[in-house]
Ligand binder design. Structure first.
Ligand code: SF4
Length: 429
């Protein structure tokens, strides 16, 4: 490899070119995954070696992940039109990485009423959103059935809206408030409109790390219990990992392996979302307990590692654009990821922590960002069961002639042809 090779130039390399410069052990591990089209074939030491790779080995990991992404999910990059609704910032939990929460007597607290939530959901629907993502702080005096009541209010206002809501921490709090068994509580939420659960509050699923990040947070065992039970109740979820603070790549491997294990039992994960730590306004950073967020190398590595280790298990790897800049989010999409997440409309949590990527990315912006890297933009629903390929009138699909590219009916050209549960339609943007 050339001496002045910059990491971001990995996008220009073929797999053969990258593999030639890698060490024999890394090369053979990646070749095995590419051959099997699955990450379950790797030994533990190979997984850890990939997670700790640097230099030419890291470049090979990135290129292999992009190659595997193309093989497994094709060239479509999806996004969902949604609205984030953080219904309150009052929280007693006190996670040290969180700059969003406020004590009940602070001057800038807020609490959206059920009517506010219903109105915001209706506004979002009228603007084309198909999903609302609802999470919030945990206020001490929350009425016991408040999470259920939010679902009822939103569904009464917009019955067709998909509700993606409540972190496992909020679920544990709801169980505590109501005294209901976990399974009954989740079933009640499902019956009142909960469609999917965000797999947040995972951070790093290691109790020693969690004790430093947040003493009051749910344990690893509780997180798993909520997720497994939700899946068994017919409520799919995402899964997440917060990286770039005090954890090591070995924590990443253990967490991805756990997600693989849970997926093999329940099949309930829709996607994996790596969440970069935004350090600026957090106690964790101010107390010297964390590094200054992820490096570019770490951002790229976690997306690539996820594609490799989760191959054959969790199909979708999302870039969390609010925590990345425009160029970096595009690079992560070229290092194994295939989903841009949601438009969000309003996003408070990362912004409070110091993220500068903004609160809203329009569908048109997503389409441009995706076309710029030679991929195909498609709006999806939350469960990825329906994709609408969206192209501005004047644009053709990457690599195709403008006048012959509008018809996407030929199955061989459909990126999702391998997944017969996905319905793909074409619409003009
Ligand atoms: S991350 Fe969630 S639970 Fe933790 S302090 Fe912030 S709002 Fe509260």
């Amino acid at each position: 490899m050339a001496e002045k090779f910059k990491l971001e130039q990995f996008t220009q390399l073929s797999w053969e070119g990258a593999a030639g410069a890698a060490s024999p052990a890394i090369r053979s591990a990646l070749e095995l995954v590419l051959e099997k089209q699955g990450g379950g074939c790797l030994a533990d030491e190979e997984r850890h070696a990939l997670a700790n790779s640097t230099g030419a080995d890291l470049v090979a990991l990135l290129v292999a992940a992009d190659t595997l992404r193309r093989d497994l999910v094709g060239n479509i990059v999806t996004y969902v039109v949604n609205r984030n609704m953080n219904f309150t910032n009052i929280c007693f939990v006190g996670c040290k990485f969180c700059a969003f929460c406020r004590g009940p007597r602070e001057h800038d607290t807020y609490f959206h009423s059920l009517d506010d939530m219903a109105r915001k959901a209706k506004e979002a629907w009228d603007l084309g959103a198909t999903e609302v993502c609802i999470q919030g702080g945990l206020p001490r005096d929350l009425p016991p059935y408040y999470y259920r009541d939010i679902l009822r209010a939103v569904k009464a206002a917009v019955p067709q809206m998909h509700i993606h809501a409540f972190s496992p921490m909020e679920i544990i709090y709801g169980v505590e408030l109501t005294g209901m068994p976990l399974r009954d509580y989740l079933s009640m939420l499902r019956d009142n409109g909960l469609d999917t659960l965000p797999g947040t509050a995972a951070e790093v699923l290691d109790d020693d790390v969690r004790r430093v990040l947040s003493r009051n947070k749910l344990s690893v065992a509780e997180w798993q219990d909520v997720i497994r039970t939700a899946h068994q109740c017919g409520i799919p979820s995402t899964c997440t990992l917060m990286y770039g603070h005090m954890e090591t790549p070995d924590h990443w491997v253990r967490q991805l392996s756990l997600f693989r294990q849970i997926q093999s039992e329940t099949g309930g994960f829709t996607e994996f979302v790596p969440l970069g730590f935004v350090h600026q306004n957090t106690l964790l950073f101010q107390q010297g307990l964390a590094r200054t967020g992820p490096t570019m190398e770490e951002h790229l590595k976690i997306h690539a590692l996820a594609r490799i280790l989760l191959a054959g298990s969790i199909r979708n790897v999302q870039v969390s654009w609010v925590k990345l800049n425009r160029g970096l989010s595009q690079l992560c999409l070229q290092a194994g990821a295939n989903d841009y997440g949601g438009t969000l409309m309003e996003e408070n949590i990362s912004r409070e922590a110091g993220a500068e990527a903004g609160e809203y990315t329009s569908p048109e912006d997503f389409q441009s960002l995706i076309l710029e890297i030679g991929r195909i933009p498609a709006e999806r629903n939350t469960k990825y069961s329906r994709l609408k390929i969206k192209l501005p009138e004047e644009k053709s699909l990457p690599g195709e002639e403008a006048d012959s590219s509008r018809v996407l009916a030929a199955p061989a050209r459909l990126e999702t042809a391998r997944n017969d549960k996905v319905e793909v339609v074409e619409e003009s943007a």
